[in-house]
Write a protein that binds this ligand. Structure first.
Ligand code: KMH
Ligand code: ZN
Length: 277
């Protein structure tokens, strides 16, 4: 077993700044968070951006400035979200790739998302996957339900491996509408990951209160970790998260207890088949 790849997802598209004042929404806030999370042990940053009113946006100029700002100030692997928010049109989600990230997310199917629907038609998934191959962007395949791992198998056998040849998936667990954030569900996914190309790696994140059971289950099953305020805004019962650093520090502590210390960004690039910077 290798060390632990820790991804921070600091912002997301779902929480409002008014409800969660600690959420980083400006570029300065995002860069400051990124630097501190890198110092603690994060290797990847999964990025959603906001506009001047702190609303989710896929504005191309802002995306490019964000990629540049993060690359200038940190060594983190910058992974842009192609998921955006549930209302973003497909064309805008595809255009995220034009901002030149090293990595981007690629969700493996449509899922109910609370009261909304997170749409990911097959043709759209294929378009994202093949554009990323052409542009040298490494995907992180987002898995919200067990069957989406079978969809990934279908994608890879029909359209080939991603750029770099390494397959990495992220299990997003506990979304109302998707699989539950439990050890049992994680083990079921772990079994299905064995049917993917040899060497496939996985990380996992548990939404809300499933964050801790999912972290512990992932570490014990040989998986990696994603944490952050995109997924969890409560640190413990009745205790709001103070910062993304608090969540990353907890994940680093768990990884160290599991004797799988955090991978540096350089080690993570090697693991994921991303060219060194
Ligand atoms: N905001 C969700 C609708 C991704 O970043 O690729 C989708 C999401 C997944 O967060
Ligand atoms: Zn996201």
């Amino acid at each position: 077993m290798t060390g632990t790849l820790i991804t921070v997802a600091p912002t997301g598209a779902e929480s409002s700044k008014a409800a969660v004042p600690a959420l980083p929404v400006t570029l300065d806030e995002l860069v400051a968070t990124a630097k501190e999370c890198e110092a603690l042990g994060a290797a990847i940053i999964h990025v959603h951006i906001r506009d001047d009113d702190a609303k989710p946006t896929l504005d191309q100029g802002r995306l490019r400035a964000t990629v540049a700002g993060l690359r200038e100030s940190t060594g983190l692997i910058v992974q842009l979200s192609s998921g955006g928010s549930v209302t973003d049109p497909e064309a805008d989600r595809l255009a995220v790739l034009d901002a030149g990230p090293e990595m981007a997310s690629c969700t493996m199917g449509t899922v109910n998302f609370g009261d909304d629907v997170f749409m990911n038609r097959w043709e759209f998934v294929v378009e994202l996957h093949t554009r990323m191959q052409e542009r040298g962007i490494v995907p992180e395949y987002e898995i919200f339900d067990l069957g989406q791992l079978t969809t990934l198998q279908r994608l890879l056998s029909s359209y080939g491996l991603p750029f770099g040849g390494h397959v990495h998936v992220d299990l997003v667990m506990g979304v109302p509408g998707g699989m539950p954030g439990t050890a049992e569900a994680l083990v079921a996914c772990r079994q299905a990951v064995r049917d993917l190309p040899e060497g496939t790696t996985f990380s996992a994140t548990g939404i809300g209160r499933s964050t801790i059971p999912v972290m512990l289950a992932s570490l014990s099953a040989g998986g990696h970790l994603r944490v952050g305020m995109e997924d969890t805004v409560t640190y413990a019962k009745g205790q709001p998260v103070e910062s993304n650093m608090q969540l990353v520090a907890r994940a680093v502590g768990f990884a160290q207890l599991a004797q799988r210390p955090p991978l540096s960004p350089a080690e993570a690039r090697e693991l994921l088949g991303i060219p060194a910077r």
